[in-house]
Design a protein around this ligand. Structure first.
Ligand code: BGC
Length: 840
């Protein structure tokens, strides 16, 4: 920000009295800040989240593009792909008049059981930082603010509101802060979110880390916003927190005003926060007096679906491909058995605040049917039932009267009088805080469902609190439903489900009604239904039969929202609901079985040696099925490489437990996380970090010796560059990810066996050679010296091992660090550097 702008912002702050300043520092609602006409400030709109922009309300009548989940984006190992995700988010944000997107989530996959990893990028700080920076850069280039979150060490979900993470300075600096540092230094995000958890005894919204290194060393000049309801007390006002969200209630307000009047908090502290907020407003075009800056709105264009499809394919990881089972030999395939409930009802996104309402979803079954040439028959059977909750009422069974909309919503007063009525296409209703019609004390949904099958249906609702549910006038439920999970927002993000067995006849309509007393803080209410099911044994027998009769079996397996979602961690790494038995059974019947894994983070694949190919499709977004079909048919190549280590057995996992003891979660492993920990333990995972096969083969032809490292001229300049030439030795065009790992044999300090120091993606046709320059950032060479409380570098020779995964290294060169090289200026506080970008 230029000096005249800074002076202008100071002048605006000077125009505000104490009450107005205080008001600005707490949200006006769940998703908005306050406007302040006295300084020409309009309200700013915030929205989650990493895999799409939901908009200020959670409403399936205002759909959003649903991107592949962040692990899938990171799995592309392609900063260009991440930038495209950023551009799409920007276009969606501008379309929905959103100023601030609450993304990216850059916490690390410390333990594979972390429940929210689908939303984070990887287990490695460098990969996370590089992908995150590309996304932030592209988002902000189009005038939409990014929010890097959750600062810091919010790497698991158990007791997430209160857990006190205990970790040493080296792990903190070298791992958990590192992606934040990279993104702040290189992409200059306009916001950062302070996490719910504590670090070494202090809750993050009050932590000194919000000042040092964030503002002092890194020069962050944006807004520090609290995670939703993470502001505990007045103490956060004296720390680096600028904005307490959501509002209008919160621990600041009147209490903060009084504290300033009493002299407990200097008014100048508030001035800094308000100025940060106004600087953000200037950046997103919310400040009347600052016209320059915000670029014209970027539009997503007509190709959104194609971009989402390409992104999903580019993140898909082919782990194993025996006898070149993939792409499918379509000239020889006449019949394909598609098996698995997730093939028909895929999980396209993780659950929780990252969820968006997509306009359409392409399932694997639909995608494949659309992509296959005529003459190839596709059969489908679920094979096993995920123990997931019953889904929404099937759209095919909903019919509005006279072609109208199917669901009637009535907002009612305490005494049952109507405040408002509306009609909707689906019975999915979510409201935050006070976002309900004035005077409404209850809400009621009614619809007529026309069953398409005769038999025992499960019918019910999803919601928490006092709820009444009836079918054809018969009350099946009328009592309190306790929350399924703890913590603020849990009833909205992960509400419980209640269903009842109801005998229905195909074609005979049934009237459904659900009514809820509206709780303070918002609610989520919807109908739920599950069609009659065959017995598990019958279902499995059908799957066997389909598999036996087909040339190829595609079995889609994965996690359910009950085991992988925001707000809790996974209890184990197994696939739920007998899906392992399903894959084994299918593989027994058909030697050409392809397993597709629909999960956001690792699950155990005990049958991986029994199937001919394994694809990790992640939560691939709304075009999941189209992308999968592209990969199966060979129209696209699986471009992904694992952004985390994939374990073979739970007991092998070096860092597993995420359960705090007495409120504390010690990170005992220190700097040895992810592949670093696996390498140190000498245990082989099922698939190593960085692994993935495309449809062609590659050779690492040669490396050029990188130039010796000198002082970094700027904190974000590379220390040196490794140049690699790779050749596509196969018969198809393809993509390869070339990875550089550093090692320091005989080092005087505790180090990982090796650590990722750079990567680049190559695209080449058959026989073509590509030369890649892979920058090695200065940070990859420095270590945190806990004694000196400062960055340091160990002069001498580092090995640079180059290859196609952390365990598939083909050639080695060296990076020389001459004696006397110092960890500056990257290690020096930005405020002490000449030409500092920091102006506060
Ligand atoms: C999540 C954040 C999210 C916020 C607002 C919180 O529960 O941790 O990531 O941005 O809610 O929805």
């Amino acid at each position: 920000m230029s000096r005249p702008l800074e002076e202008h912002l100071d002048a605006l702050v000077g125009k505000l009295d104490l009450s107005r300043k205080v008001r600005l520092l707490t949200g006006a609602s769940h998703a908005h800040t306050y406007a302040e006409p006295a300084v020409g400030l309009r309200a700013m709109t915030f929205s989650d989240g990493p895999a799409g922009v939901r908009g200020p309300s959670w409403d399936d009548e205002e759909p959003s593009a649903c991107l592949p989940c962040p692990t899938a984006v990171a799995a592309s190992w392609d900063t260009g792909r991440a930038a495209d995700a950023g551009r799409l988010l920007a276009a969606e944000a501008r379309r929905k008049e959103v100023d601030v997107v609450l993304a990216p989530t850059i916490n690390l996959h410390r333990s594979p059981v972390g429940g929210r990893h689908f939303e984070c990028l990887s287990e490695d700080p460098l990969l996370t930082g590089r992908i995150g920076a590309a996304l932030v850069g592209a988002l902000q280039e189009h005038g939409v603010a990014a929010t890097v979150k959750h600062y810091v060490a919010n790497d698991s979900e158990t007791d997430r509101f209160s857990v006190d993470v205990r970790l040493g300075e080296r792990a903190l600096r070298e791992l958990y802060l590192a992606p934040f540092e990279d993104i702040v230094l290189t992409a200059r995000p306009w916001l950062l979110m302070a996490a719910y958890n504590g670090v070494n005894g202090t809750t993050m919204t009050e932590h000194e880390l919000l000042d040092d290194p964030l503002r002092t060393r890194w020069g962050f000049d944006g807004v520090v916003v609290s995670d939703w309801r993470a502001t505990r007390s007045l103490a956060a006002a004296s720390a680096g927190l600028d904005l307490a969200m959501p509002g209008p209630d919160g621990p600041w307000g009147e209490v903060l005003r009084k504290a300033v009047e009493d002299g407990a908090v200097p008014e100048s502290t508030l001035d800094i926060k308000v100025k940060n907020l106004l600087r953000l407003a200037a950046r997103v075009g919310a400040l009347e007096s600052v016209h320059a800056g915000r670029p014209a709105a970027v539009r997503a264009g007509r190709d959104v679906r194609a971009r989402l499809r390409a992104a999903a394919a580019d993140g898909t990881v082919l782990l194993h491909n025996a006898r070149a089972a993939l792409p499918l030999p379509l000239d020889r395939v006449r019949r394909i058995a598609v098996i698995g409930e997730l093939a028909e009802h895929p999980r396209i996104q993780g659950g929780g605040s990252a969820e968006v309402c997509p306009a359409q979803v392409v399932s694997p079954l639909q995608g494949l049917r659309a992509a296959l040439p005529p003459g190839v028959e596709v059969t489908y059977t679920a094979g096993s039932y995920l123990d997931g909750d019953p889904g929404p009422l099937p759209a095919a069974c909903l019919r509005g009267e006279n072609g109208g909309r199917a669901v009637r919503v009535r907002w009612l007063t305490d005494t049952g009088e109507e405040v408002r009525t509306e009609s909707r296409d689906t019975g999915e209703l979510v409201r935050f805080g006070s976002d309900v019609p004035q005077g409404a004390a209850a809400v009621e949904l009614t619809t007529t469902m026309c069953p398409d099958l005769t038999g025992s249906w499960q019918l019910g609702f999803r919601g928490a609190g006092r709820i009444m549910f009836e079918a054809d006038g018969r009350t099946l439920h009328d009592e309190d439903v306790p929350s399924a999970h703890d913590g603020p927002g849990a009833d909205i993000l992960t509400p419980p489900v209640r269903t009842f067995d109801v005998e229905l006849t195909a074609g005979r309509p049934v009237e459904l009604r659900v009514r809820q007393r509206i709780p303070a803080g918002g609610f989520a209410l919807s109908f739920r239904a599950m069609r009659p099911r065959r017995s598990p044994a019958d279902e499995l027998a059908r799957a066997r039969q389909d598999a036996r009769a087909a040339d190829v079996a595609i079995v889609v397996v994965g996690t359910s929202s009950q085991i992988e979602s925001e707000g809790f961690d996974r209890a184990h790494l197994c696939l739920p609901a007998g899906q392992d038995d399903l894959v084994r059974a299918v593989a027994e019947e058909n030697p050409n079985t392809v397993a597709v894994v629909n999960a956001g983070a690792p699950v155990l694949l005990p049958w991986r040696g029994d199937v001919s190919a394994v694809l990790i499709a992640w939560f691939a977004g709304q075009e999941a099925g189209a992308a999968l079909a592209d990969i199966l048919t060979g129209t696209a190549e699986p471009g992904g490489r694992l952004p985390m280590t994939w374990p073979a057995h739970t007991e092998d996992v070096p860092v597993l437990d995420t359960r705090p003891v007495d409120g504390r979660l010690p990170y005992r492993e220190g700097i040895h996380v992810g592949y670093r920990a696996w390498l140190r333990e000498g245990v082989e995972p099922a698939y190593p970090f960085g692994h993935g096969l495309g449809y062609t083969t590659w050779e690492l032809v040669d490396l050029r010796q990188p130039a010796a490292v000198r002082h970094a001229d700027a904190p974000d300049s590379p220390a040196t560059v490794v140049t690699a030439r790779v050749r596509n030795t196969g018969g198809r065009p393809g993509k390869q990810v070339v990875q550089v790992y550093l090692a320091r044999p005989g080092s005087g300090i505790d180090r990982p066996v090796r650590w990722l120091a750079g990567f680049a993606t190559a695209h080449a046709g058959p026989g073509e050679t590509v030369e890649l320059d892979i920058p090695v950032p200065w940070r990859a060479l420095w270590h945190w010296d806990s004694q000196a409380d400062e960055w340091a570098v160990e002069p001498g020779t580092f090995d640079a091992l180059v290859g196609f995964s952390s365990a598939d290294l083909h050639k080695t060169t060296t990076v020389d660090v001459p004696a006397g090289t110092q960890a500056t200026p990257g290690g020096t506080p930005i405020s002490q550097q000449a030409g500092s970008p920091r102006e506060r």
